[in-house]
Design a protein around this ligand. Sequence first.
Ligand SMILES: CC(=O)SCCNC(=O)CCNC(=O)[C@H](O)C(C)(C)COP(=O)(O)OP(=O)(O)OC[C@H]1O[C@@H](n2cnc3c(N)ncnc32)[C@H](O)[C@@H]1OP(=O)(O)O
Ligand SMILES: O=CC(=O)O
Ligand SMILES: [Mg+2]
Length: 541
Amino acid sequence: MGAEEITITGTTADRYSEILTPEAIAFVVALDREFGARRVQLLERRRRRRATRTTDLDFLPSTQHVRDDASWQVAAPAADLLDRRVEITGPPERKMTINALNSGAKVWMADFEDATSPTWENVILGQVNLKDALDGTLDWTAADGRRYEVGDQMPTIMVRPRGWHLPECHLRIGGRAVSASLFDFGLYLFHCGQKQIDRGSGPYFYLPKLESHLEARLWNDVFVFAQELLGIPRGTIRATVLIETINAAFEMDEILYELREHSAGLNAGRWDYLFSMIKNRPDVVLPERSQVTMTAPFMRAYTELLVKTCHRRGAHAIGGMAAVVPSRDPVAAKRALNQVRQDKRREVGDGFDGSWVAHPGLVETCREVFDQWLGDEPHQIVRKRDDVRVTAADLLDVKATAVSVSEVALRNNVSVSLRYIASWLGGRGAVALGGLMEDAATAEICRAQLWQWISSGTPTDYGVPVTAALVTRMLREELTVLSETGALDEEAARLFGQARTLLTVLLTERTCPEFLTLPAYLRHLSAGSASPVITQAPVAA
Ligand SMILES: CC(=O)SCCNC(=O)CCNC(=O)[C@H](O)C(C)(C)COP(=O)(O)OP(=O)(O)OC[C@H]1O[C@@H](n2cnc3c(N)ncnc32)[C@H](O)[C@@H]1OP(=O)(O)O
Ligand SMILES: O=CC(=O)O
Ligand SMILES: [Mg+2]
């Protein structure tokens, strides 16, 4: 261990010191010292893998024995993860945390990834809110006087730390930014792990955007090391891995195997999965996202394989997000509920053991569907789905279906990308736009499609090809409309200006940029205060 300086450059405010204690920082630093280099190697491996043609992807010959061995199972589910029929997700923002905890869902996933813009304030206050929830001190008063308090029956809490690709630049070891995954995971485990155990639950996680079983192995090693350091029995931590990249779809068995003593199954992260497919198959031009549904052959193959793989190993298979949110207009609200009902019926019929909703108004609908099917059973892991046969060709069965794109589709992708990025830069990582929940995953689809349509010169249905110039013009028009309708005060104009610049850069790169959140974070959210808020000599964890 070298004598590297530990620096915290984020600003400080009320209650930050409760989270950024010397002991908690030392714990995160210990994790990053132990695993930071491996994370960097695995990110490099991702880059090398991207050079492989996606059409050549196949199940790994080197891990055939893991897939063929019928004898292994994941750990039996923790008692409060047995019944997961409705899971609500959302950022751990104070009011939303209370609303999620009162929503009646079985599980709340507190999301630092797709639904959170990782401003320093959001990541630290998210930890404060989680800690307060467990201390029984979480309350909030709205500007109009409405009081928010947590009721008696809280759902099981699972935390989704940021993905391996993201750094947390406000905590540095010898100048090097730590991993955002280890930062979010480490602070939550440090402050809340024992509290969760004491209340009969445990430190449970969702792991996003994994691309290989080696990344799952890294998480497993982090869990073993962290439990040892904190004196928590091995196997206490549980984690559900999101299968949301095309590469991970080929390694589901292996991912469960790596994490088997900590595994809490897999989740079908459908929006990032679609994004991953677009990014990795730039040659296959798909139509706008509303037309690529879960019944598309490649999406069906992936979810069918996910259920089969989980149930064979005694693990839960958790469904994905229907991205509609209820509206105040009763007709639109009814339509949204119907869409969610249809989506959840398909999932439960396919064998999923539970599913996600994005809004408290959808909890009841999801529960009704699962209640009808499951009755008193907590899950349907006994349904082994031996009827499912999915080949590599099925997973890759994505066909160019967009002969041309409509002006409406093009403008919609421009509008969502621009508005979402502006919102994210302003600190909101999930927003409702046009009746749909938009978060980092759904917005990535929009901007990756724009990139794809530009780079392939996809024709529009009004005769001209999609070009960077055309999209630039549409961006300008979108901003003009916003400005003329009075939607842009000085702050909004600044954020939209930054969003337009960033989007223009992302759309004109030669290869499709890996993530929008990474350059957005590095350009706009990563700067610390001029002088470090805290500088510490290295502390032993
Ligand atoms: C692809 C994926 O990764 S999906 C998972 C990641 N994405 C998410 O988790 C998104 C979660 N959903 C949300 O963030 C929100 O539902 C949004 C932003 C889409 C819409 O939120 P709003 O614009 O506030 O919706 P709306 O006005 O209908 O909300 C009504 C109430 O429900 C609350 N609410 C809405 N969604 C949630 C949620 N997910 N969790 C907790 N409370 C919620 C609101 O705070 C509001 O509370 P109030 O009446 O006390 O003021
Ligand atoms: O994280 C979920 C997704 O669909 O992406
Ligand atoms: Mg996702």
